[in-house]
Design a protein around this ligand. Structure first.
Ligand SMILES: *Cc1c(COP(=O)(O)O)cnc(C)c1O
Length: 962
């Protein structure tokens, strides 16, 4: 056969990225289709996706491009961003990402592809990293407890308000906000307060605050102006009136000035960005929230804590609120699900690597340079507004602010223009002596030298507020200061975990697909990383182009008319989408429309977000098939027709089926004046096949960290853009500091940065370019194929719970374990933990149906890997049969004892009724590359009863456990 028969086009298609992204090759796809009795992928989608919604036209996107071409294109876009030195401050600072962390964490799939650590036993490495982060926050803030991260400082500030409202005993109705708070935090607070009908007073704490009239207050420490004030008197006065008070505090400053805890604060919030996380045009980075132990049940988001495993050894897991939204739904403390785990881990490692002394040195140098800079200005007769400051000075320049800022830009430097008469200059870890001298010249100050002024300049840190308490005394922060030790520590932790670099992570609803390296590479380019979110937009034209292009592609994929990329997680997208609905109703005079219908099977964030958007949740039933019960929906929509705001449905449903009647569901709600929110977390079943904007949705969020390849990071970052119909477009998020970020009539800011987590948008952008129109559709089809193939392979061994009328599932399937539990006593937990012995991350447990496992293979998993999982599940089924037959007792078998650690295998005595061999190597293939769980099964109850959420000394912990 002659080669020359193949055209160039054929040859190029054979080598494109699509076949790298999609697991099964063409021959395997044919084989898998055959098992389902199907001849082609087209036949599969015709059979699976309801006719009423199946799109006939191809996506109007370009064709697949090669990895080389996409990287070159991304590079050309990146080069349109101008990397200036930032002295803007406002909560975003230049930082040196320690290279050992850059390479071994941010660029390491072992860290970035992992999932939120619900399965504690295979997550001990990243749980330890999060515990380090929590310890760092707890220590620096002087509080008793810190959570595992917030989405950013602005959302943390908004959560602080709702937290105060929940917890404070005061009957006052006002939340006080320091006017020296970061302006973007004030904006996010106002959006939240507006939705909930809360009253906010922004003012000067020393003039406008009446401690008897507020239930809560938040002060910035140091303020955005740079000023440091001691608020302990105001804090005490508010507390005397049963209110709560807290500080938005800068972590680097806290190494040198008294902590919020020492000042008596009830809580502290802020950002960990400057601890080694690039500015990234606004995100992602970790926000923090710390408070008193007594408020531990009211703290928003997740908390990692110590517990013990089945052998009595210390083990970590997520504590208390782990499944909070799924249990408490609209009563949940917050809607945060995906947070900022990867960035929190980076910040924690930054502190681990530098240690307390290293951090203090960095902070002292920053403070020193700032003082020297101010001294130079003052010596030249320029007025510096405050005496007590850390890294920021406000400078009076009488009408010359714009001119001086322009001159700074000529020197590739950005200053903060506060108003025509005032400039702000903030120094950070990356500022050099030369920078200070150039800054002086920009201000028209000639002559001083940094070295000379260093000899005569006093500190501007207030003596009375000098920090005398220790922090980061735990060995973790004092052991890994050489690069070799740090590298090994990071490797040790990563080796404890299962990420996508080890095995498939078949988590239903979470879409753990390939995060290709080519997609990740642009994220660490300085042209994307080192851009402050509030630079003049002519310096961010690369971002502007990329954002516009991505928005357009997402508009095409979803069938909506406009997209906002601002929400930085799925749940934030839900909140923003519901706010758009609210504003729309309000614009039509329908102020009373506040009822949100939500099916019983909805993801827990849906009701939690509805509550945040100021809506009342009415639950709609699901029928036995797991479908939304349209009769019940009709009855409830009719009953509430005067007040109906919206319905929130998930499509395909959380049960993993394409509901035939979805158009009807939408029209019922529309007929009664409501809007339709389609939760797009399951978009991986629809890209290229169906569009929510076409079958009745008015708004959807997408999870770019599910369908669109942003890695999950062990619990974040994420991006949750929303697509909306034309009528909702005027109500998308906008931003008080950046007009271009949204419509003038918009809902306000839902996150601190105008485009949320902008620096990870190149991942999704690259994915869409790499796959192209046909590749995206094929990915969806193979995702559906993989799920149906797996369901078919398992169906003789486990009941598959839901499928559409023709027996097909969508992109995921639910395995029902309840009959096994009822008849035999083996639980869904036992199966999940036994899968660890086989080297797998468990599927999603008990969502949306208790006692079930939801499996989503995604298109990226090969037939080999799916077969390996199926074989493991079938082998486990045989083990269950041995328990059922009485061969193995219910209380001592390889299921209930799973996972098995290497230490337990090597014990002197082995008195179980099954062999070590059966425990560790139930299938022969495990002999090649066995994953050993570092701990036995983790005891959740013990940990919740004995809550420890920062690094304890291991000895003290062992003592307590005895
Ligand atoms: C993941 C998910 C969400 C929440 O998204 P986050 O990004 O984690 O906030 C909402 N709905 C469904 C169905 C999901 O699977």
């Amino acid at each position: 056969m002659s080669d020359t028969k193949m055209s160039l086009l054929d040859l190029e298609q054979k080598t494109d990225f699509v076949r790298r992204h999609i697991g099964p090759n063409t021959a395997e796809q044919t084989e898998m289709l055959a098992l389902l009795g199907l001849g082609s992928l087209e036949e599969l989608s015709d059979k699976t996706v309801p006719k009423a919604i199946l799109e006939t036209d191809a996506l109007a996107l370009a064709g697949s491009q090669t990895e080389t071409d996409v990287l070159a294109h991304a590079r050309s876009i990146a080069m349109k961003n101008k990397v200036f030195k930032s002295f803007i401050g406002m909560g975003y600072y230049g930082t040196h990402v320690p290279k050992v962390i850059l390479r071994n964490v941010l660029e390491n799939p072992g860290w970035y592809t992992a999932y939120t650590p619900y399965q504690a036993e295979i997550s001990q490495g990243r749980l330890e990293a999060v515990l380090n982060y929590q310890t760092m926050i707890t220590d620096l803030s002087g509080m008793e407890l810190a959570n595992s991260s917030m989405l950013d400082e602005g959302t943390a500030a908004a959560e602080a308000m709702t937290f105060c409202r929940r917890v404070a005993k005061s009957k006052a109705t006002v939340f006080f906000v320091d006017q020296d708070l970061l302006p973007q935090s004030i904006a996010v607070i106002k959006t939240r307060a507006d939705a909930l009908g809360y009253e906010v007073l922004v003012g000067d704490p020393r003039k406008d605050l009446d401690p008897t009239a507020v239930y809560g207050a938040l002060f910035q420490y140091p303020g955005v102006s740079g000023r440091i004030d001691d608020y302990s008197d105001l804090i005490a006065a508010i507390q005397a009136n049963k209110g709560l008070a807290g500080l938005a505090a800068d972590l680097l400053a806290l190494t040198l000035i008294k902590s919020p805890g020492e000042l008596g604060a009830d809580f502290a919030i802020g950002s960990a960005q400057r601890f080694g996380v690039p500015m990234g045009f606004g995100g992602p980075h970790a926000g923090y929230f710390a408070t008193r132990d007594s408020f531990k049940r009211s703290i928003p988001a997740r908390l990692v804590g110590m517990s013990v495993d089945s052998h009595g050894e210390p083990a970590l897991r997520m504590a208390l609120q782990t499944r909070e939204q799924h249990i408490r739904r609209d009563k949940a403390t917050s809607n945060i699900c995906t947070a900022q785990a990867l960035l929190a881990n980076m910040a924690g490692f930054y502190a681990t690597y530098h240690g307390p002394e290293g951090l203090k040195t960095i902070a002292r140098r920053v403070a020193r340079l700032t003082s020297i800079f101010a001294a130079g200005l003052k010596a030249a007769g320029i007025e510096v507004l405050h005496d007590a400051f850390f890294d920021t000075v406000s400078i009076k320049v009488e009408g010359k602010a714009d001119a001086i800022a322009a001159k700074a830009r000529d020197n590739k430097m950005n200053l903060r223009v506060v108003d025509a008469d005032t400039l702000g200059v903030s120094v950070d870890e990356t500022t050099s002596r030369d920078d200070i001298e150039v800054l002086w010249s920009v201000f028209g100050v000639a002559g001083p030298s940094v070295v000379e002024l260093d000899k005569t300049t006093d500190s501007n840190l207030p003596v009375a507020l000098a920090r005398r308490t220790k922090f980061l005394t735990h060995p973790t922060f004092n052991s890994y200061h050489s690069e070799t030790e740090m590298m090994r520590y990071l490797r040790k932790l990563a080796d404890k975990d299962i990420g996508l670099d080890r095995a498939m992570i078949p988590l239903g609803s979470c879409t753990m697909k390939l995060n290709a390296v080519t997609e990740m590479i642009p994220v660490t380019w300085p042209e994307f990383g080192e851009i402050h979110p509030f630079v003049p937009l002519d310096q961010a034209q690369g971002y502007v182009e990329l954002i516009k292009d991505l928005e357009n592609m997402l508009v095409e994929i979803t069938g909506y008319d406009a997209v906002s990329l601002q929400p930085n997680s799925g749940s934030q997208g839900e909140y923003a989408g519901l706010l758009a609905i609210r504003k729309y109703h309000e614009s039509r005079g329908d102020l009373q429309r506040n009822i949100c219908l939500i099916p019983a099977s909805a993801h827990g964030t849906n009701p939690a977000s509805a509550a945040l958007a100021g809506m009342k949740v009415v639950v709609v039933n699901c029928d036995e098939e797991g479908y939304v019960d349209n009769e019940d929906l009709y009855a409830k929509a009719e009953k509430h027709q005067e007040n109906l705001a919206a319905v929130m449905i998930t499509y395909p449903s959380t049960h993993g089926v394409f509901e035939e009647e979805v158009r009807k569901t939408c029209s019922i709600v529309h007929d009664f004046g409501g809007q339709v929110y389609v939760d797009g977390a399951n978009m991986n079943a629809m890209v290229g096949l169906a569009k929510p904007g076409h079958f009745g949705g008015d708004v959807s969020h997408l999870n770019l960290h599910k369908t669109f390849c942003i890695p999950h990071g062990g619990g974040g970052p994420g991006v949750g853009p929303i697509g909306v119909g034309k009528h909702l477009a005027p109500f998308l998020p906008n931003h008080s500091l950046v007009n271009e970020a949204g419509p003038e009539t918009g809902q306000g800011a839902v996150t601190s940065a105008p485009w949320g987590s902008a620096s990870i948008l190149p991942i999704t952008w690259s994915y869409l370019k790499l796959m192209g129109s046909a590749g995206l559709k094929k990915a969806t089809q193979v995702a559906i194929l993989n799920a149906n193939y797996l369901a078919k392979r398992l169906s003789d061994h486990y009941p598959v719970l839901y499928s559409s009328k023709n027996g097909m599932v969508a992109h995921e399937c639910i395995i029902d374990v309840r009959p096994i539990k009822d008849d035999i006593g083996v639980t869904v937990d036992d199966i999940a933990k036994r899968l660890i012995d086989y080297g797998f991350h468990a599927p999603t447990m008990s969502f949306p149906v208790p006692g079930t496992l939801m499996i989503e293979p995604t298109e990226s998993e090969s037939k080999y890997e799916i077969d390996r999982l199926a074989d493991a599940m079938i082998s486990i089924r045989k083990e269950i049969d041995r328990v059922a037959s009485g061969e193995l007792p219910l209380e001592d078998n390889m299921l209930c004892n799973a996972p098995h650690t290497a230490a337990s295998m090597l014990s002197e005595t082995w008195d179980h009724p099954y062999s070590r061999e059966e425990a560790a190597y139930p299938v022969a293939a495990l002999r090649d590359g066995k994953y050993w769980a570092p701990v036995g099964r983790v005891d959740n109850v013990y940990g919740d009863r004995n809550l420890v959420c920062s690094c304890p000394s291991i000895e003290s912990y062992r003592d307590a456990a005895e």
